[in-house]
Design a binder for this molecule. Structure first.
Ligand code: MN
Length: 236
């Protein structure tokens, strides 16, 4: 064998090996990971019980993450951020839709909960804006709670914000959210949301969704919600 041909063959073999390694690496390395809870499982007692939090985070959310990684492997979604996946998926992308939504919604949900409320209601700019649009905090609380009670089946209740409309309340089914632009056709920001799936409350509250919604107000992290509002104001 000529030296040049030998070198060429070696190069081809080496690059094939590299490609294979890269392929294996890409497929065995999960793109998305289950984020750690920012507090222990028992931290939200007695409002949200330990066992529910444990199963909800490690099993339900964990499964959305696992299924999301499976659903995007080898597709155009593989290299996108979670926000871009949500913005670009269509009604045909059922598995991506359910699991990207599930991952986003739960990641947001854990962050807007806290065992140590600095305040039992919003303060600052957020409070002003809520008062202006809903009258006062009690009226807002009632409107949000009614919206959540009215959701049929499984889904989420959102406080969303749009430059033109200001705040609005919306329910979405399953693991959908309003960042799914090709489905909901509206450029909105999510300020906070409530998981209204039975898996979020059945162990402690059984069929008493209203009691679960009532408990939610005791564990909202208003500092975090305010941050989401500030970001929404600053965005285009
Ligand atoms: Mn859930």
């Amino acid at each position: 064998m000529h030296r040049r041909v030998f070198l060429q063959n070696t190069l081809i073999l080496a690059s094939t090996a590299l490609l294979k390694t890269e392929w294996l690496w890409a497929n065995s390395n999960p793109v998305f990971e289950l984020p750690a809870l920012p507090y222990p499982y028992e931290a939200l007692e007695p409002h949200f019980d330990t066992q529910t939090m444990q199963i909800h985070h490690s099993k339900h959310h964990g499964t959305y993450v696992k299924n999301l990684n499976e659903a995007i492997a080898g597709t155009k979604f593989e290299k996108m951020s979670l926000e871009d996946i949500l913005a670009n998926l269509t009604e045909k992308d059922t598995k991506v839709r359910n699991n990207a939504g599930g991952h986003y919604n739960h990641s947001l949900f854990w962050k807007i909960l806290t065992p140590k409320q600095n305040s039992t209601q919003p303060t600052g700019k957020l409070a002003e804006a809520i008062n202006q649009q809903f009258g006062n905090f009690e009226k807002f609380k009632e409107a949000f709670s009614e919206k959540a009670k009215s959701l049929f089946g499984s889904g989420w209740t959102w406080l969303a914000y749009e430059k033109k409309r200001g705040f609005f309340l919306e329910n979405t089914p399953n693991q959908d959210n309003l960042l799914m632009k090709k489905i909901y056709k509206t450029p909105v920001k999510i300020i906070f949301g409530l998981d209204v799936w039975e898996h979020a409350y059945y162990l402690k509250y059984q069929n008493r969704r209203a009691d679960y919604i009532q408990a939610f107000w005791n564990v909202i992290n208003w500092d975090e919600v305010s941050k989401n509002y500030e970001q929404a104001l600053q965005s285009k």
